[in-house]
Design a binder for this molecule. Structure first.
Ligand SMILES: NC(=O)c1ccc[n+]([C@@H]2O[C@H](COP(=O)([O-])OP(=O)(O)OC[C@H]3O[C@@H](n4cnc5c(N)ncnc54)[C@H](OP(=O)(O)O)[C@@H]3O)[C@@H](O)[C@H]2O)c1
Length: 307
């Protein structure tokens, strides 16, 4: 793979940071951050609030990237419910503008979307299936997909689900289980919510392969193993040696969550597997890596990056 100039937006977020650290092993990476400042050796960081007029154009003109991986988003489901206008701006208007400018400059773009564009009634969704988003976050993400595809048909739109270590220590479901189980606290594990999570670092590597293969259009980019959130919690308990009985099997109906959740978000990935000519990463291997990252002090290392 040739060395490219890569702009990664949302480089202080769970997916953006993991992707930037993977990409920086082979490429020249510029990571955009907003409210967080990172003291990085591996890649350059640039502060920009993408909601401010002119910010996207300035960023692209300054960096002149070959590839752009757009991870910045308003990705907190409850925040989106309480501020639908900001959700729409950040998750739809920003991607539209970014896609337009990228199209003019000739770079390749991956826009990150979510499995939650589906209502989760059947699961096993392909790229051909019709989305039916349930909440504000999911609706704003679907609007973003459509805006990107319209503004830049060459762009990749990748629907993902992921886990990993984040600088807040609270961003992913894996961290939720880790935080509770390591403190000896019981926590709910949904037995009737299914997904196909992939380690954020592994997903970042998949993105680089998708860009290198010059793909365009809509792809499901999730792990090749699907499981319930309860099973995921139990796997984490076992891998870290915590008491798995602390993961309480619970129905999502009894959870009292504010935003609507789709129960079965399993996605088919044949299109991407075929395009890349290889299988996608699986959750069990990802959990092994998640555990070895912990053993190597990765969660503390990334928290120390925050200035
Ligand atoms: N996490 C998941 O389980 C999951 C599942 C499916 C899909 N996704 C999708 O994956 C992508 C990444 O999610 P994530 O979990 O990594 O999100 P995250 O950890 O919440 O990170 C969000 C990033 O967006 C940046 N950002 C927010 N508002 C901004 C603004 N106005 N201007 C510039 N940057 C801004 C944040 O910067 P600061 O922190 O510096 O302010 C941060 O770097 C999103 O598109 C999300 O929809 C995530």
């Amino acid at each position: 793979m040739r060395k490219h100039r890569i702009l990664i937006t949302g480089a202080s977020g769970l997916l953006g940071l993991s992707t930037a650290l993977e990409a920086a092993k082979k490429h020249l990476v510029f990571g955009q951050v907003n409210s967080h400042r990172l003291n990085m050796d591996a890649f350059s960081t640039i502060q920009a609030d993408l909601l401010l007029p002119g910010a996207i154009q300035r960023l692209l003109e300054d960096i002149q990237p070959d590839w752009v991986i757009h991870c910045a988003a308003l990705a907190n489901v409850d925040l989106c419910e309480s501020d639908p206008q900001q959700a729409l701006q950040m998750n739809s208007e920003v991607p539209r503008e970014l896609a337009e400018y990228v199209a003019r400059g000739g770079a390749r773009l991956i826009h990150v979307s979510t499995d939650a564009v589906f209502d989760g009634q059947t699961g096993n969704y392909s790229e051909e299936d019709t989305p039916n988003p349930l909440g504000v976050y999911a609706r704003s993400k679907l609007a973003g997909e459509l805006a990107v595809a319209e503004a830049n048909p060459q762009a990749i739109v990748a629907r993902v689900n992921l886990f990993g270590w984040s600088i807040s220590g609270k961003r992913s479901l894996a961290e939720f289980f880790f935080n509770n189980l390591s403190a000896g606290k019981p926590c709910m594990g949904f037995t009737d919510v299914y997904f196909c999570p992939v380690l954020a670092n592994d997903l970042g590597i998949v993105f680089l392969k998708m860009l290198d293969a010059s793909l365009s259009g809509l792809y499901h980019a999730v792990g090749n193993q699907c499981l319930s959130k309860y099973e995921f919690g139990v796997q984490i308990a076992r891998r870290f040696g915590f008491d798995e009985r602390l993961v309480i099997p619970t129905s999502v109906q009894d959870s009292g969550l504010k935003a609507a959740r789709s129960p079965n978000l399993t996605l088919r990935t044949e299109k991407l597997v075929h395009a890349l000519g290889e299988s996608l990463p699986n959750c069990s291997n990802g959990l092994e890596k998640f555990y070895s990252q912990y053993q190597q002090g990765y969660p503390q290392q990334i928290r120390r990056l925050v200035v």
